[in-house]
Design a protein around this ligand. Structure first.
Ligand code: PRT
Ligand code: ZN
Length: 560
């Protein structure tokens, strides 16, 4: 009983404390008074967080309400993002492992209105005794009244701070956008000293960039909206400044009016959760088949001459078109999450990224070749000789492994086959596929160092990221589906029911269990099977011999 009383008292005490705080919040009535400022001629671009690259991190928490409009992108005013970058830098002055994380930005006016209506209805039901003004103010503390709201101007953002070393967000007393307790109130007396300090520091770096804070949510900041105008003027009055340099207010924008600058459009989707940036060869031997494999995997690659970026409309993949030699480095550095590149290039690069899948095209071998009439009979005769190559690292490793000493490696970046003819080297190490280039240059194959084909690689950071890893897994599963389908065909035929047993041996090697549909009113069954392309003709002849009729066979798109 005593306990219950105590709890009751505590609850009342907390309620009173929160009520007192609420009185100091910027109210709806305050904001309706902000009319004197001009609404800006609104040409400022809205940009996505991605446009600001690695400086900022966007991570949607609560995105459903705007998903339809902007997919996974967090959108805000360009000036807002510039300020956020500076705030992030200031944060890092205190602790270089801290990262400002933006979890919410622009919200369309329509969505704001819907959220407001819902909250209004809820509040009216819960507080039938409150008068209308009180109700509006109560709602406004949670969901701003649309006409004065900040998020639809693109000027308001919700932010938090991540600590890379701790691997967690800083402790602010509540999670960002957690409305389940009133401890989201900036001045809540029921949070720890450390939580207070974290809030205060976040507020300090944000207000230093001229953002206005909101006392009802420690994570909410805005620039250029009515709340900001009100806050800035009040601060100016408090600091006894005559004038302020507030020039204009941001207008609300409808999604249809959002302007993206071209400059940012290409990188707009980078920060999309699970979006993987894949580096592929821009133009060369691997390009056509790489693009083909992606297309056959059901991915819409936007590929055109002279493009560096390609987006995929229907898959969270962004394609970066680059020179193949640059791919391992770009992936290792995290500029791309994954890449498709020849194993030869991968081996040569000292790449830390991992090979996830062999793709079966671009096959060739790195090999040693010597002039047709050379006295060099084996690789061991290369000791003391000069070998031209553009694969210095692989060549060096090879000679070391084989314990062949004293080989002079002559680096050449092209026309390696010419080197012996012009007396520049005694042998070469180069890629060979058909061998016709060797013949043309009067060289002969001496030794294979390794086989190579195109591979899919990815860096560790991408694999450690749950969303990206899942995209990569999906990509691999589709590619695998296509690659295995490429070597199989589908066979379908009808057969008299009494012949069913007889045709079975012919399908013994089929990949998929053959499926028999017995047609109820017929003496025929329909049989389907998936068989290896290489043995299709043998199988078909065998089937015919044993009673199969109306045989059709066709290519398979994918086997998943
Ligand atoms: O401009 P960028 O840097 O992107 O392209 P690149 O000129 O460096 O490379 P590119 O497009 O020529 O080759 C890209 C990849 O294709 C290589 O990294 C290999 O993984 C793969 N590949 C497969 C080959 C060959 N086969 C191949 N035969 N790359 C090059 N060759 C050359 C070889 O160097 C030699 O000059 O072709 C000649 C020999 O061919 P054969 O058929 O006569 O033996
Ligand atoms: Zn907010």
């Amino acid at each position: 009983m005593a306990d219950e009383n105590q709890n009751q008292n505590l609850r009342q005490y907390k309620l009173d404390a929160y009520n007192k705080l609420e009185k100091s919040f910027v109210s709806y009535a305050d904001l309706t008074a902000v009319t004197a400022l001009d609404i800006a001629a609104d040409t400022e671009p809205f940009v996505t967080l991605a446009a600001y690259g690695h400086g900022l991190i966007g991570k949607y928490i609560a995105k459903r309400d705007i998903e339809n409009v902007q997919k996974q992108n967090i959108i805000a005013r360009e000036s807002v993002y510039k300020k956020l970058q500076k705030a992030d830098a200031a944060l890092k002055n205190k602790n270089e492992n801290w990262q400002l994380v933006v979890v919410y930005g622009y919200r369309s006016p329509g969505v704001q209105q819907r959220l407001f209506n819902t909250e209004l209805e809820r509040t009216q039901n819960d507080n039938p005794a409150l008068d209308y003004n009180e109700i509006i103010e109560t709602v406004h503390r949670r969901v701003a009244v649309p006409s004065v709201s900040g998020h639809p101007t693109g000027g308001a953002v919700d932010v938090t701070v991540y600590d890379f070393v701790k691997g967690s967000y800083l402790d602010f007393g509540t999670d960002v956008r957690d409305f389940s307790t009133k401890d989201s109130y900036y001045n809540s007396p029921f949070i720890s000293r450390e939580q207070k300090e974290n809030r205060s520091y976040l507020r300090k770096v944000m207000t230093a960039e001229d953002f206005a804070p909101y006392d009802g949510e420690w994570w909410h900041f805005s620039y250029g909206d009515k709340e900001w105008a009100f806050y800035s003027r009040r601060q100016a009055r408090r600091n006894k400044l005559e004038t302020t340099d507030l020039k204009y207010l941001y207008a609300h924008k409808l999604p249809a009016e959002l302007v993206y600058t071209d400059k940012y459009r290409d990188s707009a989707a980078v920060e999309q959760a699970g979006l993987v940036r894949l580096a592929i060869q821009k133009s060369g031997r691997l390009t056509e088949e790489t693009v083909n494999i992606l297309k056959k995997s059901g991915i819409d690659v936007d590929y055109g001459e002279g493009k560096f970026f390609g987006k995929c409309g229907n898959f969270p993949l962004e394609i970066l078109f680059v020179r193949d030699d640059d791919i391992p480095g770009l992936v290792d550095a995290g500029a791309a999450d994954a890449g498709i590149v020849g194993q030869n290039i991968y081996e040569e690069s000292d790449c830390k990224s991992v090979i996830l899948k062999e793709l079966g095209f671009g096959r060739c071998a790195l090999a040693v070749a010597v002039p047709e009439f050379s006295g060099i009979q084996s690789i061991f005769d290369l000791s003391g000789k000069k070998v031209a190559t553009s694969y210095n690292r692989s060549a060096g490793k090879f000679f070391e492994r084989e314990n062949i000493l004293n080989v002079g490696i002559v680096p050449l970046s092209g026309a390696v086959e010419m080197a012996p003819t012009i007396g520049y080297a005694d042998a070469i190490i180069d890629l060979v596929s058909t061998g016709s280039s060797l013949r043309q240059n009067k060289l002969k194959f001496l030794h294979k160092i390794f086989d190579s084909e195109s591979v899919l690689i990815a860096n560790k950071a991408a694999l450690d990221n749950k969303e990206k890893h899942s995209t990569i897994d999906r990509l691999i599963s589709r590619i695998t589906g296509y690659l295995s389908a490429k070597s199989y065909k589908r066979v379908m035929f009808s057969v008299r029911k009494e012949r069913l047993e007889a045709i079975k041996p012919a399908l013994a090697s089929a990949k998929l269990a053959n499926l028999c549909d017995s047609l109820a009113d017929s003496e025929y069954s329909i049989v389907r099977a998936v068989v290896k392309k290489s043995s299709i003709w043998d199988i078909i002849e065998e089937l015919k011999k044993n009673g199969a009729e109306d045989i059709v066979f066709y290519d398979i798109e994918s086997i998943m």
